[in-house]
Design a protein around this ligand. Structure first.
Ligand code: PLP
Length: 221
């Protein structure tokens, strides 16, 4: 499945590290990239990686060092929770109460408390629909509170699929407002995960303290 035509982009990585230093945690999105490429990033000091497919994560993680923190960032089916749980340190794409309950149950069985982020769908004009609407944020937090084996550490959102910077700023500003509103009521909330290769500078401006960057950090050989 993998064609090793990519390599980890050392210069871009150094630049992104400088830009995010002291402001945001960098989650390097390694989906579709090989164990070899991830190892190149690891050797440069990267420890947090994001994957969006359960099967791919479960194939790659056992071949890589155990001190990697794997973040799950894709749509997660409930019947895949059990298999990814031994590998993940954070599920950023928590988008339903049923999924929260499943993660909680499996985490309890594996005797741990799992860090999760609520994923919100903020760009209402986008056709792609993953994530909760912001109107459900407080009800969802409330419903997750009794689930002792998950901890809602923050929120995750994607920018709109457009090049219109004004629009992108609006969406990220909404993410920031939602984050602050939740944080005011729920002390566990401290992560605002927004920004990908094309829009992370705007996300940082808006106050994101975690960015998820993939394609910019891998270049064709
Ligand atoms: C793929 C992906 C990213 C990274 O996107 P790039 O444009 O490759 O930087 C970030 N977040 C999520 C949820 C993704 O699926």
């Amino acid at each position: 499945m993998y064609y090793n035509v990519y390599m980890f982009a050392e210069k871009e990585y150094a630049a992104v590290r400088r830009e995010t230093e002291g402001r945001a945690v960098l989650c390097t999105v390694s989906k579709k990239h090989s164990v070899t490429e991830i190892r190149q990033a690891y050797d440069l000091g990267q420890r947090i990686f994001g994957e969006n497919k359960a099967q791919e994560l479960c194939r790659k993680a056992p071949e890589l060092p155990e001190d990697i923190e794997w973040h799950f960032i894709g749509h997660l089916q409930r019947n895949k929770v059990k298999q990814i749980l031994p590998y993940v340190s954070c599920i950023q794409s928590l988008d339903s109460l049923r999924l929260a309950e499943t993660i909680n149950r499996e985490a309890e069985r594996q005797n741990r408390v799992l860090s999760c982020l609520l994923e919100f769908h903020l760009a209402q004009d986008d056709t792609e629909k993953t994530g909760l609407p912001s109107s459900e944020a407080f009800a969802m937090m409330e419903a997750c509170t009794p689930l002792a084996n998950i901890r809602i550490d923050g929120i995750m959102a994607m920018g709109p699929n457009t090049e219109d910077e004004t629009r992108i700023r609006e969406v990220f500003a909404e993410g920031r407002r939602l984050f602050e509103a939740l944080q005011a009521q729920y002390p566990s909330v401290h992560i605002l995960s927004m920004g990908m290769s094309d829009d992370y500078p705007l996300a940082l401006e808006a106050g994101a303290n975690m960015v998820r960057i993939g394609s910019k950090l891998f270049q064709e050989e």
